[in-house]
Ligand binder design. Sequence first.
Ligand code: ATP
Ligand code: MG
Length: 450
Amino acid sequence: MLRCNIRSISQKRGRIDILSRSSHRNQRRWERIEMKNPVIVVHYHELWLKGGNRRFFLGKLFTALRTSLQGVGVQRIEQPGDRFLVRLSDGADLSAAIERVERVLGIAYYAVARPVERDMQSLCQSAWDELAPLQFNTFAVRARRSDKTFPHTSMEIERVVGRYLQDRLREQNRSARVQLTDPDVTCYVEVTPGPLLVYARKIPGVGGLPANTAGRIACLLSGGYDSAVAAYHMMKRGAHLSFIHFYGTGSRPGESSLHVANGLARQLVRYQYHAKLYRVPFEAIQREIVRYAPEDFRILLYRRMMLRIAEVLARRDRALALVTGDSLGQVASQTLRNLVAVDAAAQVPVFRPLIGTDKVDILVTARKIGTYDTSSEPFHDCCPVFMPRTPALHASPEDLDAAEAKLDIRALVTQGLRETTLEQLRYTAGTVHVTEAKPIARAKNSTAIA
Ligand code: ATP
Ligand code: MG
């Protein structure tokens, strides 16, 4: 099967050159294809379209495409049948458009198609233009009609175009033959109400569900790799996230984890288009814990305080759950017993999408989604400063309740909320805009704490 990544595109007087990499039968090579006024054909999985939610999901996917593609020269986005067609205007930046499409959640695959006049001769010629630069031994033509007024059936199209391609290949002494099952290359013809569309390179999209379709969740976003990847997994299932970051206040400007969390939120908001970032100063709370609680439980108590404050902020945003980047057994605080003991402090569900994921795989995803470099930046985490020498490995909820006995939990939560500031992030026209950080409204919701 042909796999192809569109790599680099340059524009010259209305024509767009696409460098594409194809690989089939262990061959990898780069080819140059010329195309005029390309159309990006976007296909989605059918699974989430079942039932009465179809319009809702497709509406969200449409909004996501429109928002993502702002500023790259899109003429219009159409929706004939079960796909979207992104028509680029003259001089549009195809490479930028593709980069943006690659981040749109809910896309099963996409292709850059040639628009063709509605006659068989033009269709055959374009199919040849599409296939000629590719190397293959077997091929097939697949036609689909969302516009039934076209005077040829899908089978006729496949037969006529297939025969034409065979003739042209023979003319060039190329030995490729038709093979309907698992061919090296498939030439797709889409008959939509506008021009016909031809393409032979399907590129996998990011998959998942369209952004902002599954409800709200608050994410505890540290400056590390894991929580940003956890956030991505939840966004990919349609959740809308607000981000909550706890930071130490003592470090010098530029050394605080705040700038890292801010950078991560900037990367992540590109998948869901708008987000809140709550910034909670945490050092004073840590000092209280260090002062009044047994040393070996410290980290677990920090986590419990984070969950409690995050829960209030989640409620403020009508978010129904929390998400963290914990992975089973990764560090002492993430043994099964410790996770359960920490969770006992939260009244909303705490999702941990990475619980069964190895660090190496988490890092692969971090690179893919663009958070790796930011997470690699050094910073003064609030936690290491107050690290215990021998952290408890197997705490119970009762152990932690007892360890917290001397702390005024409610007062600490209120204090954290009082000092919390909020940034709003918005992603438009390829740029992330961030509002100035402002204190959140007085912590009236802190009474929600048990
Ligand atoms: P990450 O897990 O993101 O790589 P980390 O390794 O520093 O960062 P852990 O000690 O593994 O964090 O903490 C487990 C989880 O607790 C994090 O994934 C995150 O969800 C939450 N968490 C930890 N520290 C913070 C923080 N400073 N602000 C917000 N959430 C945090
Ligand atoms: Mg971690």
